[in-house]
Design a protein around this ligand. Structure first.
Ligand code: AMP
Ligand code: ZN
Length: 463
């Protein structure tokens, strides 16, 4: 069955065909390690993980490269503002290297908790300065750069198709007024390839280069490292939608100018996670991390489950109420699986095949995760399959969902809850229904549900 994915470059869903037979080159823009990742960033990494799992499920081999930005990313996309790393170091009274190290580790812990498969190669920008300088030199030789007081810039007016990914309205941008502008920059869309160190100050991160001491601009690392590991043209490049107009547009400009070849065949972008009406930010109250969720008793995988409920090309609104309901859905799913584990094995081959086919159709239709989840619930309810056969199929689906369903354990119900259940049973037998209702509500508030059966009542985690 063919895999279809949406390509931002063409604005179309296309059949995916890798360059090399069966091997897919995948590059995903990684974190800027000056702070913890927020749950918006994590949504994008989860989308990329689903993509990778779908590729693997389709029996492709995947070479996945992710960069770690530890230099050169300024607080504004227009080459002005502070260096994010230096800002982080100042905030915590540490060196930039310590900051980078600490937040890289934190990032690795987050992705592990979210059951995200690690990239084959994680590359730090500072380990590939030589490659970045070489790329800049190539662009200089081809006459696409100019030097101003602040650094070496790429002249976007020399490129006929600049902005093709974002379908940028260059004339409209020129007319735009509120964009910060660097002194001496020729065109509003020009961007820094190399920034000079200030003359009166030593930076913590700076390198010698043929054009002067300084540090790389943010975009050049992704061009240099992706081409180093995946070749001058490769298959898929991903990130969040915010990267379309600036970061990825500039990666294309640099790479294609340097090589004269198409840089990437398929560009895929994840929509944003939004806080109700507000922007997710790396500062202030809107800065929600995985630890924030854990502190409020949410399992990181419940957050993954929450992300699966929306298609990656739809924006998703976050609220703790919405996460709570995803958590309950996830608990219900785990309970159902536990019940299936105890069932007798029964299977109708053609029904099992029908589920497999339908599942593949959904995931290969541009990663339709909400559709795939709905199919999982249908399968759970399916009467023609039960026990081990049903479980095998669910675990096969979980290769994509990544919810660790094979490891679920039966929840131990705390003594406090069991006591409340006992009290409620007693009230019921005494036909004191007001009291029994009150107790049922109390049990529910504590996150458990009672199902009354003919024999003993069954109590389960989740409401
Ligand atoms: P950064 O660390 O800022 O470079 O961002 C890491 C990744 O998260 C990039 O792919 C961004 O496009 C993505 N991203 C940033 N904010 C959000 C958000 N609110 N929702 C989803 N993805 C985001
Ligand atoms: Zn990037």
């Amino acid at each position: 069955m063919v895999l279809q994915i949406y390509n931002t470059l063409t604005r179309k869903k296309e059949i995916f065909t890798p360059l090399k037979n069966n091997l897919v080159g995948l590059y995903t823009c990684g974190p800027t390690v000056y702070h913890y990742a927020h749950i918006g960033n994590l949504r994008t990494y989860i989308f990329e993980d689903i993509l990778k799992r779908v590729l693997l499920y389709n029996k492709f081999k995947v070479k996945h490269v992710m960069n770690i930005t530890n230099v050169g990313h300024l607080t504004s996309d227009s080459d002005t503002g502070e260096d994010k790393m230096e800002k982080g170091a100042k905030r915590e009274g540490k060196s930039v290297w310590q900051i980078a190290d600490f937040y890289t580790k934190a990032f690795m812990e987050d992705i592990k908790k979210l059951n995200i498969i690690k990239a084959n190669i994680f590359c730090k920008a500072t380990d590939y300065i030589k490659e970045q300088i070489e790329l800049i030199t190539k662009l200089e030789k081809k006459g696409f750069t100019y030097i101003i007081e602040d650094g070496v810039y790429f002249d976007t007016s020399k490129l006929k198709d600049y902005g093709k990914l974002a379908k940028l309205d260059i004339e409209g941008l020129k007319a735009g007024t509120r964009v910060e502008f660097v002194k001496g920059k020729k065109n509003i869309t020009d961007f820094a390839l190399w920034k000079f160190s200030p003359k009166d100050k030593k930076r913590q991160m700076e390198w010698d280069s043929p054009c002067g001491k300084g540090f790389p601009g943010w975009h050049i690392e992704c061009s240099a490292m992706s081409m180093k590991f995946l070749g001058e043209t490769f298959d898929i490049h991903c990130g969040g939608i915010d990267h379309i107009p600036v970061h990825h547009t500039n990666e294309i400009a640099q790479s294609e100018t340097a090589t004269g070849k198409k840089f990437v065949n398929y560009w895929m972008h994840g929509e944003f996670l939004n806080l109700e009406k507000e922007k997710m930010a790396k500062s202030g109250e809107n800065f929600i991390t995985l630890s924030t969720l854990e502190k409020r008793d949410f399992d990181p995988l419940a957050y993954r489950f929450f992300c699966l409920s929306a298609h990656y090309r739809s924006s998703l609104n976050f609220s703790f109420e919405a996460l709570e309901s995803a958590k309950n859905g996830f608990e219900k799913l785990k309970n159902k699986i536990w019940e299936i584990k105890k069932e007798k094995d029964k299977v109708k081959k053609e029904i099992k095949e029908k589920y497999r086919e339908e599942f593949l159709k959904l995931i290969n239709n541009n990663l339709d995760m909400p559709g795939a989840l709905a199919l999982l619930w249908d399968l759970i309810k399916e009467k023609e399959i039960s026990g081990k056969s049903k479980l095998d199929l669910i675990l096969d689906f979980d290769k994509i969902f990544g919810l660790n369903l094979k490891d679920i354990k039966e929840e131990k119900i705390p003594k406090e809850i069991l006591n409340l259940v006992k009290q409620r049973e007693k009230a019921r037998q005494e036909r004191n229904f007001a009291e029994s209702d009150k107790l049922r509500k109390l049990i529910q508030e504590k996150g458990y549900t009672i199902e009354d059966t003919k024999g003993k009542p069954i109590v389960k985690k989740g409401v």
